[in-house]
Unconditional design. Structure first.
Length: 478
């Protein structure tokens, strides 16, 4: 049940982020919302670029640490966070002095990036220590405050600055609450920081973060190539529908996989670092099962309910263009997420960060090349996602070596059942759903399939844990 709560807290945070965007976009004037969106997106980018390496190092090194080692690592991680914040502040000052960016925007974007990364780091420390319930409650509290603060600022003051201050308030509350629940930040002592640990964090974390940033660049490059190839019609319905599909269909897969990693990845690290080989293979195989089954079912659900979502949320003039691009976008993000999250598990465990960045660079080059070729030939915009999917699939095959050599074998019967279930759910998209009974029937049927797969997979360990398949095989061999 605690695992279910932890996943629910993460998913609530992501749902609140969706609600914040939709609410603020309806309250602020279009030009003010553009300024708000730009400032928020910029702060998110800098949070990833400047601090992602610290969070990746925290997950990898803290998950198997205990006692004094964990306390010392926490101090080193907070020191690394402070160093990154210092570099970011100097960069922001230089940008402000250039005169091209408003100082208020720089200050707010800087504050949000630093506060977000600090709360994320502290939440990560709480989560990897095994306190999943507390971390879930912290996610919910921060997301709720951000939503309420941003909407209140937009309603009462009607400015992007006020809305951004509301977001900043949510992060401030997150730091306050996490410091009450866990005293790691209050007990931070720079004198306990070890240079050797900082160097190790840099070697692993910065390369791994570079891989993450490179993967994030792939959708941006697809957008740049396709929209640029449309020329004068770049602002038309085809480009807008393409952009909306690119923006909306990334988050469901990212949210789901991040939630699964939140619950399961620390256990995988513990078994890999301090357990037996059989236990490491077992926990890793269960992680692979969890990620694949949930994402393939989600892909089927997206295909089934795309017409309904388009009818309810997409402007009428963009519906046809959105529906033309959305299936390809969903397929691309399904593969993109697995390349970034599933095939990267073994390199992360082995701290082979150089492999991660090579794989990410290969994806960027291959996908950009194929999409450019498709765009130059003048074929339909939706085929750009087909090219991106093919390129990502090729890189996945080339990157599968460490995973295959490790031998964490999922249950193929379960993977096959999830795939069949996803196909059946996706086929529901051809059924008319303007009629409420049909729509409800689609939801109920999809829910039943999800429950069946979840039960047989026992992903949240709601049943008593069964003996390891690897141990069973070893006993049979003996």
């Amino acid at each position: 049940m605690i695992r279910l709560l932890a996943m629910g807290g993460y998913i609530f945070q992501s749902a609140a982020a969706f609600a914040l965007i939709f609410a603020v976009s309806h309250i602020l004037r279009p030009e003010d919302y553009t300024a708000f969106s730009l400032a928020l997106a910029t702060s998110q980018f800098f949070a990833v670029a400047a601090f992602e390496w610290v969070n990746l190092a925290a997950v990898r090194y803290l998950a198997s640490a205990r006692g004094d080692d964990a306390a010392r690592l926490c101090s080193s991680l907070f020191s690394a966070e402070a160093l990154s914040a210092t570099v970011l502040v100097f960069g922001a000052v230089a940008a402000s002095c250039s005169g091209r960016v408003e100082p208020v925007s720089v200050l707010l974007g800087l504050a949000i990036a630093i506060m977000q990364s600090l709360t994320d780091l502290h939440f990560t420390m709480i989560r990897v220590s095994g306190r999943l319930g507390i971390s879930a409650l912290l996610f919910v509290a921060r997301a709720s405050t951000q939503l309420a603060g941003a909407v209140s600022g937009a309603l009462f003051w009607g400015t992007p600055t006020a809305a951004l201050l509301g977001v900043l308030l949510g992060h401030a509350l997150g730091i306050l609450l996490s410091s009450i629940m866990d005293h790691s930040l209050l007990q931070w002592s720079p004198s306990r920081t070890k240079r050797s640990e900082l160097a190790e964090f840099c070697r692993y974390g910065m390369l791994a973060a570079g891989a993450s940033v490179t993967h994030l660049t792939v959708p941006m490059m697809i957008r740049f190539i396709v929209i640029g190839g449309l020329g004068d019609s770049g602002a038309g319905a085809a480009a807008a529908g393409f952009s909306m599909a690119l923006d909306l269909l990334q988050r469901p897969f990212t949210i789901l996989v991040s939630a699964i990693h939140t619950v399961n990845y620390p256990e995988v690290v513990q078994h890999f670092d301090g357990g037996t080989e059989a236990a490491a293979k077992e926990s890793t195989a269960r992680l692979f099962e969890f990620i694949f089954c949930t994402t393939v079912i989600m892909l089927g659900g997206i295909m089934a309910f795309l017409p309904d979502a388009a009818r309810l949320f997409v402007p009428s003039m963009l519906v046809s263009a959105f529906l033309a691009a959305a299936p390809g976008a969903a397929t691309f993000y399904f593969l993109h997420t697995h390349l970034q999250a599933t095939f990267a598990v073994l390199p992360h465990l082995q701290k082979s960060a150089l492999r991660l960045i090579i794989v990410a660079a290969c994806q960027l080059v291959v996908v950009s090349t194929l999409v450019a070729i498709i765009t130059v030939t003048g074929t339909t915009v939706s085929k750009a996602f087909v090219a991106a999917s093919v390129g990502t699939g090729v890189v996945m095959i080339l990157a599968s070596g460490p995973t295959l050599r490790f031998g964490a074998i999922p249950r193929w019967t379960l993977l096959l059942a999830a795939t069949v279930g996803a196909i059946v759910i996706g086929a529901l998209g051809v059924l008319p759903s303007e009629n409420i009974p049909w729509f409800v029937s689609k939801i109920v049927f999809s829910g039943v399939v999800v429950l069946v797969i979840a039960y047989f997979g026992d992903f949240l360990q709601l049943e008593k844990r069964r003996p390891s398949r690897f141990h069973q095989r070893s006993e049979e061999f003996s």
